[in-house]
Design a protein around this ligand. Sequence first.
Ligand SMILES: Nc1ncnc2c1ncn2[C@@H]1O[C@H](COP(=O)(O)OP(=O)(O)OP(=O)(O)O)[C@@H](O)[C@H]1O
Ligand SMILES: [Mg+2]
Length: 352
Amino acid sequence: MVVLLAALVFGGLAWLISRKRGAATPARIDGIPPGLPERPFGGKPVPAGKLPDGRIVVSGLTKEYRGVKAVDNLSFVVEPGRVTGFLGPNGAGKTTTLRMLLNLAEPTSGTATIGGIRYADLDQPIRRVGGVLEASAAHKGRTGRDHLRVICQSAGIPLARADEVLELVGLTVAGGRTFGAYSLGMRQRLGVAAALLGDPQVLILDEPANGLDPEGTRWMRDLLRTLAAHGRTVLLSSHLLAEMNLLADDLIIIAAGQLAARGTVASIVSSMTHGGRILVRTPETEKLAAVLGSDAVLTPAGDGDVYITGVDAVAVGNAAQQAGIAIYQMVTERPDLEAAFLKLTAGKAAIR
Ligand SMILES: Nc1ncnc2c1ncn2[C@@H]1O[C@H](COP(=O)(O)OP(=O)(O)OP(=O)(O)O)[C@@H](O)[C@H]1O
Ligand SMILES: [Mg+2]
């Protein structure tokens, strides 16, 4: 009897939960999925063989402005199903590259294609590529919702999609406010909302996290990671290296218009920086060096401290204990993206 009662209660709860979930899924409008993209693989990353072709291919891309090569023979590939961070110092040519991808600037030479097609030749580009280049590009006196509806109207997208994307970017409440009254972070969100109107396969964003508060930055990270996990191509430029470390799978780093590095975040960091070093404070540096053996390399770190590479912290701790050497402090320093970025762009960061 008790078992039967428990089963009834549990079954009832499960039914209620499943009903609630079902009710939260809005109806589709004109073939455009509401909210986040469909989840054909139940939230799991899409297998590589099933990725739709949203590959971005940039080949020998060059843009000259009055004799200055803003972008200089740049080539790279951005894969679907991944978040790719596009990094470079101020004036490196990131925005210019993204503008050429979106047919907002004409290349001096070279090509940029999305799914094998130039943006200018895409059929219904708003449904294929969403671009966020300037967050402040909207009529100041128009509400956020109306701004989106105008885009819907011109692109043949149902007006109701405006409210869907407003909800997706957390602007439902502010949708009726004029754009002039939006904060920087709200403008960024509206830009993303506009890019998502056509539910595109490819998203190209120029510094989208600029001006977002910590909650907004996290929201943006979750959104872009979810989109990539569902097979979308996500290319974004940024200066926020710590954020890129968390967000990006792959990186493209440029300096003075040229490619400086490309690859996974881990491969770039490990190729450019030491494999980790230990900062040690001890009054007996020379004695420690003598007991560590020939694998250890000791480099002065200032204030009497010493960096040790070639051996790990356990080896240093054990050797010091056995030799009776006092250790006041021992810190293992891991290489980071900032160190790799600064090395890769050293001497090429001057504004041209
Ligand atoms: N319309 C233009 N006319 C002339 N020069 C331009 C134009 N657009 C960009 N440039 C120049 O091209 C170079 C690259 O600029 P770009 O805006 O692409 O750099 P960026 O990497 O986006 O920099 P930031 O990190 O500051 O946004 C700069 O020297 C810039 O002055
Ligand atoms: Mg820029």
